[in-house]
Write a protein that binds this ligand. Structure first.
Ligand code: DGL
Length: 257
């Protein structure tokens, strides 16, 4: 089971489906709670474990992937304590960014909630201690990804503004690697690259796919009646314009929690 506040988790699902094409997927999106990025730590810590508890009870997955940096940097510990299935988390890919940078200046684009987390301080200290980490909250990119996945146009100024938020900081001119620290952002990576062609973008999807592959190595995947379900906490009718994008991921059964 994949979980995100919205469509962002598809960027992680893409890498996982490439590695594990036969694994049955249920994708849960908390549209009634979107966006997470503007919520408080207390709200996320209360909401996410409770919701995942209900989802696990309903779908009985073998493994849960929280494909949301905001939820994980705040509530991963609480979720693991609340569930009795393995939980794989998504946190900003600062380690691969530290390995990729030439200049020693890394950028982090995330939600407001993610960029202020002490979890990010720890990732910086553990994996990039001698490097400069510039952080910028880009909530506009969450809506841009949601809009793009519905096949609608997004004003390209949104992407220019997000990159300027990093590049205009002190040392921003030396920035060469940017961590897409929100799972919605890889869905608009081409547009961000067009706004800053000299930058390399990294995210955690490939690492998560490797981790899930490792954890499920011994599993066989029988046909699952819930396979291909996209479950939302909001009204199912609001997903109509997303159906073409979802069917590209084999998500063709829509359900409301
Ligand atoms: N996709 C989510 C993340 O990775 C959060 C987007 C939001 O709900 O603000 O952070």
């Amino acid at each position: 089971m994949f979980f995100d506040s919205g469509i962002g988790g598809l960027s992680v699902l893409k890498a996982v489906q490439a590695a594990l094409p036969n694994a049955p997927i249920v994708f849960a999106a908390d549209y009634a709670g979107l966006p997470y990025g503007t919520k408080t730590e207390a709200e996320i810590s209360a909401r996410v474990p409770a919701l995942l508890g209900r989802l696990v009870e309903r779908y009985r997955p073998r493994l849960v992937t929280i494909a949301c940096n905001t939820a994980c940097t705040i509530a991963l510990v609480h979720v693991r304590a609340a569930l009795d299935v393995p939980v794989v988390g998504t946190v900003p890919a600062i380690k691969p960014a530290a390995e990729a940078t030439q200049s020693g200046v890394i950028g982090l684009l995330g939600t407001d909630a993610t960029v202020r987390q002490t979890y990010v301080d720890k990732l910086h200290k553990d994996h990039a201690p001698n490097m400069k980490l510039l952080r910028h909250a880009a909530p506009e990119l969450v809506s841009a990804a949601e809009v793009k996945m519905r096949g609608e146009q997004v004003d390209p100024a949104v992407y220019v503004r997000a990159m300027a938020g990093l590049m205009e900081q002190p040392d921003g001119a030396r920035l060469d690697v940017v961590v897409l620290g929100c799972t919605h952002f890889p869905l608009v990576e081409d547009e961000l690259r067009a706004a800053a062609p000299h930058v390399t973008f990294v995210d955690g999807a490939a690492g998560i796919a490797r981790r899930i592959n490792h954890l499920t190595m011994d599993h066989t995947w029988p046909v699952d009646p819930e396979e291909g379900t996209f479950v939302t906490t909001g009204p199912a009718a609001a997903l109509n314009t997303l159906l073409p994008a979802l069917s590209g991921f084999g998500l063709t059964r829509i359900s409301s929690l």
